[in-house]
Design a protein around this ligand. Structure first.
Ligand code: 5MM
Length: 341
């Protein structure tokens, strides 16, 4: 393992004003997104949609440091035969790959899941590296509900994340470590904070045991927000203060960077929260975005699978990428959204 090189890649992923496009929706998730805009999820439609994003030169060059791809996409070619990874690389962004194989129910823990995919990972990683991937992603899913999460669920997921991260570093690939505490429940913001703290501490402890070099990872955490079904709303300042304070307590300064997931927040909320955190300044790590929905909702609903909407959808993507790029530097202003509208 060349740690200096891993650190260089990890720092490039969180370069000032840039963040990560999470375009790694698995078959079921992309179908859900396409159903919502009336598009049939065929291999060609998925290719056309993703090609459209990767060919959005302004966004890709200025505000996107890397793209997380699904296995299908990393091998796919654009309509003109150019490999999609080459299109990404030409913009200066790094190709990355989702390597987890989704979640399975955790035995004896009703309602809880564990992320799988470790078995053949050591053999798969060099092939992805060969294909151009310089970073990878593994997402653990922790739900909050009555009596959950259990310690068994947190520990099993943290252990898998650590084993994945060590395998990636061994293959000279930067692991994005994503322990996502879902915001879907009816819990309040205090409960989100309590569970996220436990999950982060456990994840870093497991990474310590697995000898993961923190300078060669990017953490992808959730923000501290009340559950969607709680009917409660927290102020932007409260979310930012709680999230930053918690990260300071749980994330060693050696970590190369932090790139948040959006988790189902609205596009503008995800941007405003990131901006407010970066305005606090004086943090040991760069804080940026690794958004899926909060970057893609606007281009998807504009595109609707129609060739005549491509230019407008690319403008919508560029706008969200630019807003989040500004937020990653604490320079976003709400009236920039209104102006664009
Ligand atoms: C883009 O969505 C990713 C893939 O999800 P599935 O494996 O469930 O299809 C997802 O892992 C994503 O990278 C993160 O959860 C962050 O996405 P959001 O939409 O929360 O920013």
């Amino acid at each position: 393992m060349n740690l200096a090189e891993l650190n260089k890649v990890a720092l490039a992923m969180v370069a000032p004003g840039k963040g990560i496009l999470a375009a790694d929706e698995s078959g079921g998730t992309i179908k859900k997104r396409f159903d919502a805009i009336g598009v049939e999820s065929t291999e060609d439609a998925r290719r056309d949609y993703r090609e459209m994003l990767f060919r959005t030169t302004e966004a890709m060059k200025s505000n996107i440091s890397g793209v997380i791809l699904y296995d299908e996409t990393i091998w796919q070619k654009a309509k003109d035969g150019t490999p999609l990874v080459e299109i990404i690389k030409k913009t200066g962004a790094l190709p990355g790959i989702k390597v987890d194989e989704g979640v399975k129910p955790l035995p004896h823990c009703p309602g809880e899941v564990v992320t799988i995919g470790l078995d053949k990972l050591a053999d798969r990683l060099p092939k992805y590296y060969e294909q151009g991937a310089r970073f990878a992603k593994w997402r653990a899913v922790i739900d909050i509900g009555k009596g959950i999460p259990s310690y068994n669920c947190i520990r099993a997921n943290a252990h898998a994340l650590a084993r994945y991260a060590a395998l990636c570093q061994q293959a000279q690939i930067v692991p994005i470590v994503e322990p996502e505490v879902l915001m879907d429940g009816d819990h309040d913001i205090d409960r989100c904070q309590e569970v996220t703290e436990f999950v982060l501490k456990e994840t870093f402890q497991e990474m310590y045991y697995a000898k993961v070099a923190l300078e060669g990872i990017v953490l992808k955490p959730n923000m501290i927000v009340p559950g969607k079904k709680s009917g409660k709303k927290a102020s932007v300042d409260d979310v930012a203060a709680r999230t930053v304070n918690l990260l300071k307590c749980c994330v060693p300064a050696a970590v190369a960077g932090i790139a948040f997931l959006s988790g189902g927040q609205s596009d503008e909320e995800a941007t405003a929260h990131l901006d407010a955190m970066n305005r606090k300044g004086n943090l040991p790590w760069q804080l940026t975005f690794s958004y899926g929905r909060a970057l893609q909702h606007a281009p998807q609903t504009t595109w609707k699978g129609k060739a005549e909407n491509v230019a407008a959808a690319q403008r919508a993507f560029s706008h969200r990428a630019k807003m989040n790029g500004l937020a990653a530097m604490g320079q976003w202003k709400a009236d920039l959204e209104k102006k664009a509208a």
